[in-house]
Ligand binder design. Structure first.
Ligand code: ARG
Length: 284
């Protein structure tokens, strides 16, 4: 009996990929000309062509894995628009737009709003509170994990719950290097048996206890993996796209049956970004 139960448990936990639909924005106008997080140093040169090559490789990787990628037109003067994840949260076709904390990024929200309208998304609400979308929101398929502390207002969590009609779990970030939830946590597998990976030190003591309680079998990243923005990963349930330096995390994931895909995102990291920041998931 015990053996059968163990086998059943293992079957449920076997990583399985499901097709995803993403929205991305090419880094045509990418630079680091202002500093709104500790990774950004306007004095460090940025190679925009190299950023574009890294972004292209990310997009091609998704396509090779069988996912659909839509692309929004980049806009001059909005160097951070490449970080599409910050611009909307989409669940079951409902869209909650973004409202940026930094004035330098404010105009991005409207470009994305228009993209959704043109694409026929009718159920769209622009938030009244500061809300940096999937930068601070992670959908497990059951609950929306929501970060605050640096960007998204805690009041935006309640607004997201009301607009999207999903339960929200608020988490507090405490380390300025991990200023968005998606720099410290990502969902490996969605659903009733959702799995996540995270870096505990990025969270307040109470939030850590919440995560331990909700996800006792989470993958726990170490400081080295966090420091290359290794938690800015994108998982389709099996393949996990990560910054190339996150080798410890990749090994842990491989041990659990996932397939890590390591990519060079070094130029995008100069702005505090990684694979996930460049990827808005359209949860249909
Ligand atoms: N330079 C951008 C900012 O500070 C990076 C955003 C990264 N996006 C993310 N989802 N973490 O706003």
């Amino acid at each position: 009996m015990t053996v059968i139960a163990d086998q059943a448990a293992q079957t449920i936990q076997t990583p399985r990929a499901t097709p995803r639909h993403y929205l991305m924005c090419p880094p045509k106008y990418f630079t680091v000309e202002y500093s709104i997080n500790p990774w950004m140093d306007p004095g460090t040169p940025v190679d925009t062509d190299r950023a574009m090559a890294q972004w292209d490789e990310l997009k091609r990787t998704y396509e090779r894995l069988g996912h659909t990628v839509d692309v929004i037109e980049p806009q001059p003067g909005l160097p951070d628009m490449v970080f599409a994840a910050n611009s909307a949260t989409v669940i079951d076709g409902r869209v909650l737009g973004a409202r940026f904390r930094a004035p330098q990024r404010a105009a991005e929200a409207e470009h994305f709003r228009r993209w959704f309208i043109t694409r026929g998304y009718r159920d769209l609400v622009m938030p009244s509170r500061i809300n940096e979308a999937e930068g601070d929101f992670a959908w497990t398929g059951q609950v929306l994990l929501a970060g605050s502390g640096f960007r998204t207002d805690p009041e935006a969590h309640a607004e997201a719950q009301e607009v999207l009609g999903v339960p929200v779990v608020s988490l507090r970030l405490v380390d300025p290097r991990y200023y968005h939830l998606d720099t410290a946590l990502f969902v490996l597998q969605r659903g009733a048996d959702a799995r996540i990976a995270y870096y505990p030190e990025a969270f307040s003591a109470g939030s850590r206890r919440v995560l331990e309680r909700m996800f006792p079998d989470a993958v726990i990243a170490n400081a080295t993996d966090a420091a290359c923005l290794g938690l800015n990963g994108v998982s389709d349930g099996k393949h996990v796209v990560l910054p190339g330096e996150a080798t410890g995390l990749a090994a842990q994931l491989a041990d659990r049956g996932y397939e890590p895909v390591l990519l060079d995102v070094s130029e995008l990291r100069k702005s505090g970004g990684g694979p996930k920041c460049c990827t808005l998931e359209l949860h249909s």
